[in-house]
Ligand binder design. Structure first.
Ligand SMILES: *Cc1c(COP(=O)(O)O)cnc(C)c1O
Length: 420
């Protein structure tokens, strides 16, 4: 069956024809038949250079040989035990060795579970109920974080089915705005348990903190006994060997991981100082549990991935990122377009608007229609990026210079066509 027919069939049995909303791009998503290295194939016989990469996890590309080997070996001796394994210690040690502020860790099954656990821990530790997040910051799909600001900045549900009593404890404020943050902290002072932030906002394109903002977050949280959570579900093991906390030289109290940490298998994790992490059950009274927590498949995917990700790999990945971003900037200049190329390390995106973008409100003013045309032209020409202005594009270590060159050339042609 073709992708089109499969999507019609799928809509009969799966809500919206997909299992996560972003996948349902119009008029219909391609159905994937396989992935290998930097490429993904659809059932219609097309192949694409993949810059979506599963929305972030596949930093080694699809089906990396050492992952295939390690996972096959693990499957042969069991897929889940419900008992601890030595491999869990091994992956914990690798993370702790890389990320200075993590001394102890809990493995869970998704980024959603990771932020849920970290927020509960922050509330348990501080004895406070309220949390602060930033507008457009994505921390998974649980009640405490699927929140948008009402006119006063108090949280209101961002989905049907979320009690307003829950949302009111989540204050959502604009990113990169010190004044607003000071105002909010002064207003709620002793009620705020934590600030959760993506050190690079990767779910509204690729939006970086302005200079000094992350340091400001560290200082103001310390001064007010508020815990700082870095949600590194995207940036963890993406930006550098030691992740965003190393890259920006800021030590948060808690860090959440996911995506890359599972090497292409479902995973999440949260970690921090021992004093905090000892409060998690069974050593403490902050409850957290999961049938598949630390399951040997995801853990094996994680160990194998981190083994491959040495300093040389980051150097090469980040060079490819820089090269591609430079080429995109050149194209935009050559074509005299008023667009903003953005990115860091092996993340990239183009905002379809002029520059000086500080927060979600600014990103929302992008020309979404033109972005959509751009996405479709790329797809038609064999380049797959996430189908939304509000996502990041990625480069994997499987992308070779030819892939990057091809992506750069096709992006140039696509921009020319969009704005002809
Ligand atoms: C993807 C993501 C999550 C949610 O992770 P899931 O594994 O999809 O539940 C949380 N935070 C950030 C920053 C993410 O990018």
């Amino acid at each position: 069956m073709s992708s089109k027919d499969l999507f019609n069939e799928s809509k009969k049995y799966l809500s919206g024809g997909v299992n996560s909303p972003i996948r349902a791009f119009k008029p219909y998503p391609f159905f994937t038949s396989k992935g290998k290295g930097s490429k993904i194939w659809d059932v219609d016989g097309n192949s694409y250079i993949d810059h979506c990469l599963g929305y972030g996890p596949l930093i080694l590309g699809h089906s990396h040989p050492s992952i295939v080997k390690a996972i096959n070996e693990q499957i042969a001796i069991g897929t889940t035990y419900g008992t601890p394994t030595e491999k869990e210690i091994e992956l914990a040690k690798r993370v702790i060795e890389r990320v200075a502020c993590v001394e102890m860790i809990r493995f869970v099954n998704s980024g959603t579970e990771a932020t849920m656990g970290a927020i509960r821990l922050a509330r348990g530790f501080t004895g406070r109920d309220k949390i602060i997040k930033f507008d457009g910051g994505y921390h998974g799909s649980h009640d405490a974080v699927l929140v948008k600001p009402d006119s006063g900045g108090a949280g209101k549900p961002d989905s049907l089915g979320i009690p307003s009593d829950t949302s009111k404890n989540t204050l959502s404020i604009p990113f990169n705005n010190e004044e607003k943050l000071i105002e909010t902290i002064n207003k709620y002072k002793d009620e705020i348990a934590t600030i959760i932030v993506e050190p690079v906002m990767g779910n509204i394109g690729v939006l970086q903190a302005k200079k000094g903002f992350l340091k400001f977050l560290r200082d103001i949280t310390s001064e007010n006994d508020i815990l700082l959570i870095f949600d590194e579900v995207i940036t963890g093991f993406r930006l550098s060997y030691g992740s965003a906390s190393e890259y920006f030289n800021i030590n948060p109290d808690l860090v959440t991981f996911g995506k890359i940490l599972g090497g292409g298998f479902p995973i999440g994790a949260f970690g921090g100082r021992k004093e905090l992490m000892k409060m998690i059950a069974p050593s403490g009274d902050v409850y957290q549990a999961g049938t598949f927590n630390g399951n040997p498949i995801s853990i094996t995917g994680g160990i194998t991935t981190l083994n491959e990700l040495n300093q040389t790999v980051y150097k090469s990945l980040n060079q490819k990122g820089k090269f591609l971003r430079n080429r995109i900037t050149e194209s935009i200049n050559d074509l005299s377009l008023d667009l903003s190329p953005v990115g860091v390390a092996s993340m990239f995106q183009i905002y379809f608007r002029d520059g000086n973008i500080l927060n979600y409100e600014d990103v929302k003013k992008s020309d979404l229609e033109k972005f959509n045309t751009y996405f479709k032209i790329l797809l038609k020409n064999g380049i797959f990026i996430p189908p939304s202005q509000f996502e990041s594009c990625f480069i994997s270590n499987a992308h070779n210079d030819d892939d990057i060159e091809k992506t750069a050339t096709i992006i140039h042609e696509a921009l020319k066509e969009v704005f002809k």
